[in-house]
Design a protein around this ligand. Structure first.
Ligand code: DOR
Ligand code: ZN
Ligand code: ZN
Length: 440
């Protein structure tokens, strides 16, 4: 007898194949049957009228462990992910201490294994002198899920502002390099612009030129070495143009991600949000956001990355407001709203949030509704939109720039390796633990 059968849902694959209505059977954490699944299972789910997707993969989160448990940790951050339909998170290295050595990877792995309610992968932070560390991990067959380089400083101490050195990283290593694309030299040049007390001044101090210069550096290096590079959190229509030029030359070499805040907020929201809207890269124009939404719907953006960056509201309103916006609780509901409004297809949503991230980060068993794939599944049932309330949030930072926004209901059910973790926005089995992703 199978462990679980979900019956009669519209099955949305991560590979943009035509959707079909059918059943899906699960045993021992894997998908073992698709189509008509006869016979009763231990758990039967009636899913007619709902959409079953492979669990979303968020390729960019900051869960603040180790270092800032008051803001977030692996338990709270992954509850937010799971309740919102994200079943795998890739955690960034700008924790305290930063994840820059094998020992620190191991320490973070222990924290995650003990507490993560969804699957996880861990980035290694690139520094001026830890390329050898990466090469040793690669030699041992234990590379990090990806490497992160901050071409401009953001939250935390990691900064890699020497393109010459980056050249060596790309020449010598194999691992996917992800970049925070703001060029520190141009940030320095703009450092005295604008009013420091006004969040709009933040946008002047982190201008579009800094992002464009960094994207040009990153794509130039990728092409020179034929090395895969991933550009984090696009914020500008002009970045899309640079990436289109790169793709015309060599498709798939340089990929990109977009955050919910750069899709669904703009500098027009800064007046209402104040320092809550301070983020790196900054919120740009409404036109940029519209172009990013178009690009997402057209398949020109590869991945969802929430850049979930929990900071406490008190800190955000303090004298040196940190940059960052939380997004794990809300990202998928914002995107499903686009689907229900007819601006995005279910197939494209599944591709951008699971199929393509799984392929780009080479995650074994993820991103597909296929026989043998991991049974990380999310069931979405369209329902009346409701205004987002703070009580719905699982992130410890407990705020969202979208409070009050009309959003579709959270997923009806979320399974991690076949175990029901969350239903209708609530954690129903807090004993579920995710596993570290394996890469090919
Ligand atoms: O706004 C940001 N916050 N951008 C980043 O690059 C880092 C993040 C954080 O960790 O707070
Ligand atoms: Zn970043
Ligand atoms: Zn980030």
């Amino acid at each position: 007898m199978l462990d679980l059968v979900i019956r009669g849902a519209t099955l949305v694959d991560g590979d943009e194949r035509a959707t079909v209505v059918g059943d899906l059977g699960v045993e021992a954490g894997r998908i073992v049957a698709i189509g008509q699944v006869p016979g009763a299972a231990r758990v039967e789910v009636v899913a007619e009228g709902a959409f079953l997707l492979p669990g979303a993969i968020d390729v960019h989160v900051h869960l603040r462990s180790p270092g800032h448990p008051a803001k977030e940790d692996f338990a709270t951050g992954t509850r937010a992910a799971g309740a919102g339909g994200i079943t795998t998170v890739l955690d960034m290295p700008n924790t305290e201490p930063p994840t820059t050595s094998p020992l620190r990877l191991l320490e973070k792995r222990r924290l995650a294994q003990a507490a993560a309610r969804v699957h996880f992968g861990l980035y290694l932070g690139a520094t001026a002198d830890n390329l050898d560390t990466l090469l040793a991990l690669e030699d041992r067959g234990q590379p990090p899920v990806a490497v992160k380089a901050y071409l401009g400083a953001s939250t935390g101490s990691l900064l890699f502002d020497d393109p010459g050195r980056l050249d060596r990283w790309l020449a010598d290593s194999q691992t996917l390099l992800c970049v925070h694309a703001e060029d520190q030299r141009l940030l320095d040049r703009a450092a005295d612009r604008g009013d420091v007390m006004d969040v709009r001044g933040h946008g002047l101090r982190r201008p579009p030129e800094a992002a464009l210069a960094a994207v040009a550096i990153a794509t130039g290096l990728a092409h020179r070495h034929g090395h895969p590079v991933h550009v984090c959190h696009l914020s500008l229509a002009r970045e899309l143009e640079l990436l289109a030029t790169s793709a015309a030359e060599r498709p798939g070499l340089v990929t990109c991600e977009v955050t919910p805040h750069h899709l669904f907020l703009s500098d027009l929201d800064l007046e209402a949000l104040g320092p809550l809207g301070k983020v790196n890269p900054p919120l740009r124009t409404a036109e940029d956001a519209a172009r990013l939404r178009e690009a997402l719907a057209a398949g020109r953006i590869d991945c969802l990355g929430t850049d979930h960056a929990p900071h406490l509201v008190a800190d955000k309103h303090g004298p040196h407001a940190p940059s960052g916006i939380p997004g794990l609780d809300t990202a998928m509901r914002l995107l499903v709203a686009e689907v229900l409004a007819g601006r995005l297809s279910w197939a494209r949503l599944a591709a951008v949030t699971s199929g393509r991230p799984a392929r780009r980060f080479q995650l074994v068993g993820k991103g597909a509704l296929q026989l043998g794939a991991d049974a990380d599944l999310v069931l979405w049932r369209p329902g009346p939109a409701q205004a987002l309330e703070a009580t719905e949030l699982h992130s410890r930072c407990a705020w969202s720039p979208w409070l009050g926004r009309l959003l579709p209901p959270p997923p009806e059910a979320v399974w991690i390796a076949g175990r029901l973790l969350a239903a209708r926005g609530r954690i129903v089995d807090d004993g579920v633990r995710g596993l570290e992703v394996r890469t090919r």
